[in-house]
Design a protein around this ligand. Structure first.
Ligand code: PLP
Length: 364
């Protein structure tokens, strides 16, 4: 049963995910075959990722956070190295570098887009810079000039595509354009396994390194010789049973999320107190969430909550954590202060979206 607001109105939750009968059947099948660690279903999931993203190699793992750390480890990043990261991201992007002992160098976003401002990158590159980790926030492609800048300075690009699965530009799917791309299958993502993630690459050497890193550095499970350090970063077939179908249904999930975005976009055009944070859905990007900003956020959120409509405020910037403090990032701070998500998600009924729109229209 849905939660109620003051016992009067059914609540519209901000996120609805879609888990179907196929997922349930494949989990039961995995259990029946007693193959519950990483096995054939995980391999099938990886094949589906490769097919949908048109990329030769995919490695499934336990989370997007671990995927990012594995990517940097595969590129030999460690103490003494610097990694450029936007401050306007989930802190996982920065922690991946920190956990390996590298230093994080933060960069602001644009005034009108929460994505990394690529024109600020060059000023932050030093002779210790080893990688840039651009984040395609909510399916928005980071400016493609980043790949040119990285080439010019001889640094690797690890794409944090945790929020950008199946989002594409004319150059290809996000996450498949740099050295390694990282995805999250967390709860509020387009494809969810509860917890989970994946890496993709076009480089066979990096693929072999990632496979070894996922399994304690073991290059060959028969001879057990070691390529280097690693850990147990293996997904289980139980979770892969969910992921397999989540990936197979990407086209319909993406279409539904974009339909929600377009519905809000049409309605919000008439509302002066709130601005949509644009996603180029007509060009192939996927708006996993519908994000808006307003200087009146607190009042709007309270107004919607009183009508049973849940929202989610934007996550803080990386530099808000004491261990990353320093620097000024006015654009990122504005997005943090004013941004929030409206009800959305691959299983969000369009009726709920209409309820959220109707509630917004009575604000002020
Ligand atoms: C931009 C970004 N990077 C990394 C992650 C980490 O993914 P996970 O939660 O699967 O560890 C997330 C998750 O929300 C994210 O949004």
């Amino acid at each position: 049963m849905l939660a109620t607001n003051n016992g009067l109105l059914p609540q519209v939750s901000w996120w609805r995910t879609a888990i179907g009968d196929d997922e349930r059947a494949t989990i039961l099948d995995s259990l029946a075959r007693e193959r519950i660690s990483m096995g054939a279903v995980t391999a099938e999931l990886e094949s589906e990722i490769c097919r949908h993203l048109e990329v030769p190699y995919a490695v499934a793992t336990t989370s997007g956070s671990v995927a990012l750390m594995m990517a940097l480890l595969a590129l030999d990043i460690g103490p003494g190295d610097e990694v450029i990261v936007p401050t306007r991201t989930f802190i996982a992007t920065a922690h991946a570098a920190s956990l390996l002992g590298a230093s994080v160098v933060l960069v602001d976003c644009y005034a009108d887009s929460p994505n990394l401002d690529v024109d600020q990158i060059a000023a932050h590159i030093s002779d210790r810079t080893k990688a840039i980790v651009p984040v395609h926030l909510n399916g928005r492609a980071v400016d493609a000039r980043i790949f040119e800048i990285a080439r010019q300075y001889g640094v690797a690009v690890v794409e944090d595509a945790a929020q950008a699965l199946y989002s594409c530009t004319p150059d290809g799917y996000l996450g498949t354009l740099g050295a390694i791309g990282c995805f999250s299958f967390g709860m509020v993502k387009l494809a969810s396994t509860g917890q989970g993630g994946a890496l993709v690459t076009r480089d066979e050497g990096l693929y072999q390194r990632l496979l070894a890193i996922r399994n304690h550095g073991v290059r060959d499970v028969v001879s057990h010789d070691y390529l280097g350090v690693g850990g147990n970063f293996k997904l289980t077939d139980i979770l892969a049973s969910i992921g397999l179908w989540q990936i197979r249904r990407l086209p319909e999930k993406a279409a539904h999320c974009n339909a929600i975005y377009n519905r809000y976009a049409a309605a919000l055009a008439d509302l002066s107190f709130v601005d949509l944070v644009p996603v180029a859905v007509a060009a192939g990007e996927v708006a996993v969430w519908t994000e808006v900003t307003s200087p009146q956020r607190a009042a709007i959120v309270a107004h919607l909550a009183a009508q049973g409509v849940e929202t989610r405020p934007f996550l803080p910037c990386v530099h808000s954590a004491a261990h990353f403090a320093g620097g000024t990032f006015p654009n990122s701070e504005r997005f943090h202060a004013e941004g929030f998500n409206l009800p959305c998600g691959p299983a969000q009924p369009l009726d709920n979206v209409d309820r959220a729109i109707a509630a917004l229209q009575t604000f002020g």
